[in-house]
Design a protein around this ligand. Sequence first.
Ligand code: GYE
Length: 310
Amino acid sequence: KEDDGSSGSGSGGSKALVLGFSQVGSESGWRSANTDSVKAAAKEAGYTLKFSDAQQKQENQISAIRSYITQGVDVIAFSPVVVTGWDAVLKEAKAKKIPVVLTDRSVETSDESLYVTLVGSDFTEEGRRAGKILEKVIAKAGLKGQVKIAQLEGTTGAAPAIERAKGFKEVMDADHKDDWKIVVSQTGDFTRAGGKQVMAAFLQSNPDVNVLFAHNDDMAIGAIQSIEAAGKKPGKDILIVSIDGVKDGFVAMSEGKINAIVECNPLLGPQLMEVVQKVKDGKPVERWIKTKEGDFMQDQAAAALPTRKY
Ligand code: GYE
């Protein structure tokens, strides 16, 4: 029989842990896979999950977090849309002794005690990996002369957008000062529609672009539509590197339209639930729990496609 939580040991008996989770939105294939993973893992762990979708708006996340505080959930987890502007609401959680776990994306805060840990990827490293794999892509395609790069950035102010751009630039500054140049760079908000629209504008203003670095697969897929509409061949006239590794990205890669993908794993649910339990039980956890990921070139796409889990 379910008990009322009064009979257990130190960790509060067998009363289901209540987790409040504020998701970024549903902007990409990555995000849908992440949401499914979180919901499935919470169910598997037997937690009561209170879930909300912020539609990429910080004010929605802040009010969701406030409502979790009012409801007195055991643990709050959220994937912050942008990095700044969280201190006030996180202080409210702290005052009510509700621990906060960040997932997927990080925040900037002057008070490190405002969250317990981050479960997510190293986005700066993903940017570096994108730069390194672009070297291979260029060599393979035999592209000679000036590399003119268009960059489709993620959501402005979001950790993956800031850090992927930073890691990529590190590789450029270190090894490609003369031969690579980012000729145009703008946000496509991590969406297909955004990628499509911004790429169409890029092709107008900079028709000589020969490389696209997209901060996620969805924007690359949107951009491919505009490249084709302009009568160019994605993957040939314009070499494309993107990040995530969602199924549709792999499909585009197997069709020769994306040249390489840097994987970013969205299946964070099981790891997150484990951490949430530890945090609830007052056990120590690492400050940053990183996810493991790989890189894929076009010639690996067809073989990898059937085994992709998201
Ligand atoms: O790459 C993108 C999503 O925060 C890692 O957000 C995540 C990013 C992911 O919209 O597709």
